[in-house]
Design a protein around this ligand. Structure first.
Ligand code: UDP
Ligand code: MG
Length: 337
């Protein structure tokens, strides 16, 4: 057996206790049917329910399971990043732990990879069991990102995708903060294609993406891949300058011609002042978004901190049913930072 598996499946886990066993069962079923070696890298993103215990038990039963435990919740995109850092496969698949991405679709992704594609992303042709609000905001989000970014990020596509080792290594070299992984895997290039699938209902539990996280995620996507919000300012300033250039002589003319005090009084001044300053504050906010992200880069903090790794060293890996081998516990992941 080679010292590394052919396929790595990465699943970020944040409080998914009722799902872990079913996720493992379905991934194992699908991956065993390929006849190739595989590993399941579960990244525990600071879960505080029983997820860790479930994953530990799985790891002890099956050495193909590896569990990366974060020191706290670092967010979905950082969890996926850690999965890519630890994955050893020739091809790496990112999948949501909640089974909204059906593991059976992995076979379609693999088929395209065998045809020679380096990135095979899964496009949601339908979404089941999600609120109209989520579907609408997602729809608007993907279309907006598509229009304003410089890279071609495919529509209605999440992180569910297969990446060739070359792509994984390229994306791993991008250590930027506030990550938008589906954008980064498009940005690197290589041969890319998509397959369609029906996004399922969550197997159990609630979404771990409340509105607050969704907004943050959207801002990361926009600022990470577009200067559009900054460029909007120049248009706004031109429009305002035009209004001033035209408005001032028009008002002066009207006052002289009619003898009436048009636009008289403090109310007018107040309205214009408030309108303009709210406009300016909004642009400050946009600039602040970019400045904050520059600050994140300058500090050069690691993207995540690993508290513990549960895995069976490859040379001790036993086939299923054998005595569980010793579990290696890494104190930190400085070599992966
Ligand atoms: N997730 C995570 N960290 C977080 C939020 C989510 O690792 O801070 C994981 C979560 O466990 C799931 C995946 O990311 O496996 C997608 O999250 P979720 O299903 O809640 O998002 P949705 O599908 O509702 O957009
Ligand atoms: Mg989900």
């Amino acid at each position: 057996m080679a010292d590394h598996p052919v396929f790595s499946i990465i699943a970020p886990v944040f409080n998914e206790e009722p799902i872990i066993d079913e996720l493992y069962r379905r991934v194992a079923e699908v991956m065993d049917s390929t006849g190739e070696s595989w590993e399941l890298v579960m990244v525990n993103d600071g879960s505080y329910d029983g997820s860790a215990e479930k994953m530990r038990a799985l790891q002890q039963r099956d050495p193909r399971v590896r569990v990366i435990n974060f020191a706290r919740n670092f967010g979905h995109q950082n969890a996926v990043t850690a999965g890519m850092d630890y994955a050893r496969g020739d091809a790496v698949v990112i999948i949501d732990a909640d089974l909204q991405d059906p593991p059976a679709v992995i076979l379609d992704l693999i088929a395209k990879w065998r045809e020679g594609y380096h990135v095979v992303y899964a496009v949601r042709s339908e979404r089941r069991g999600e609120t109209w609000f989520k579907r609408l905001t997602a729809k608007i989000f993907y279309r907006m990102i598509y229009r304003i970014t410089d890279v071609n990020i495919p529509l209605d596509t999440g992180d569910f995708r297969l990446m060739d080792r070359q792509v994984v290594d390229a994306v791993k070299s991008m250590r930027e903060h506030n990550r938008f992984i589906r954008g980064m895997t498009s940005w690197v290039g290589f041969r890319q294609t998509g397959v369609h699938y029906v996004r399922q209902e969550r197997f159990a539990g609630e979404t771990k993406y409340p509105l607050r996280k969704m907004v943050r995620f959207a801002l990361d996507a926009i600022t990470g891949f577009s200067y559009f919000p900054l460029q909007v300012m120049i248009h706004a300033s031109l429009v305002l300058a035009l209004i001033a250039v035209l408005g001032v002589p028009i008002v002066a003319f009207l006052r002289l011609a009619t003898g009436e005090l048009i636009f008289e009084g403090q109310a007018t001044t107040l309205v214009v002042l408030l309108l303009l300053s709210s406009f300016q504050l909004f642009f400050f906010f946009i600039m602040g978004q970019y400045v904050a992200r520059i600050y994140d880069e300058v500090r050069q903090r690691p993207l995540y901190i690993v508290a513990e790794v549960w895995e069976t060293p490859t040379d001790q890996a036993q086939p299923e049913g054998a005595e569980p081998a010793a579990v290696q516990q890494a104190e930190d992941a400085s070599s992966h930072g």
